[in-house]
Design a protein around this ligand. Structure first.
Ligand code: GRF
Length: 196
């Protein structure tokens, strides 16, 4: 049975697009039920419009707290019967309201081999450090910053003449196939994917 997902994103949304495409091409047995976006002007909202995916955008500053906007998100997720939350460039920590409601059913993608280079600008951090190998990590989400249990990783070589732009391009290319493929594996054994 298809899994109903909400994709959370804050920016360009190339991963959002790749996930929707994978669902439509039957590479991922999931229904993209809703986009949740905390930046109403983000390009990902335009993508959702052209792909005909419902979206919920909100301005965090117009709520008194994270708990308040997460309660609002939760009511949207319930009305769209969302089973899993898929983070794809959502630039906020998930709080207890959503973590408790979707325990073990929130997944994130991060552009480094965690636990190396968590947080912002992971690609820039890896380049500045001078690593020869970086990559992409898919993990369950907990209350920390990119700290939840690791599900899958794919390594990417950093070439001697690598620039931030070229490395970002390679990382995105990997993400766009690796994320749908890994989610498909998670959804295939739904119960076992849930962490306690
Ligand atoms: C991706 O590199 C993802 O790993 C990170 O944020 C970026 C989002 O890119 N969490 P996009 O908006 O999907 O193009």
């Amino acid at each position: 049975m298809t899994t109903r997902i909400a994709i959370f994103a804050s920016g360009s949304g190339s991963n959002f697009q790749a996930l929707v495409d994978a669902c439509r091409n039957e590479l991922l047995d999931a229904t993209p039920a809703l986009l949740v976006c905390d930046k109403p002007g983000a390009f990902v909202v335009e993508r959702a419009t052209s792909l005909d995916i419902p979206y919920f955008t909100f301005a965090p500053k117009s709520y008194s707290s994270k708990q308040e906007f997460e309660k609002h998100i939760l009511s949207e997720l319930k009305s769209y019967e969302v089973e899993f939350i898929i983070l794809a460039g959502y630039m906020r920590l998930i709080g207890p309201t959503l973590l408790d409601a979707y325990k073990g059913r929130i997944v994130n993608i991060h552009p480094s081999l965690l636990p190396a280079f968590p947080g912002l600008d992971a690609v820039g951090q890896a380049l500045s450090y001078g690593v020869k190998l970086t990559g992409v990590t898919i993990h369950f989400v907990d209350e920390g910053m990119d700290t939840g249990p690791i599900i899958a990783q794919e390594a990417i070589t950093v070439d001697p003449d690598e620039t931030k732009e070229s490395l970002e391009k390679k990382i995105h290319k990997t993400e766009h196939t690796f994320y749908p493929k890994t989610l498909q594996q998670i959804f295939a054994n739904k119960g076992e994917a849930v962490i306690k």
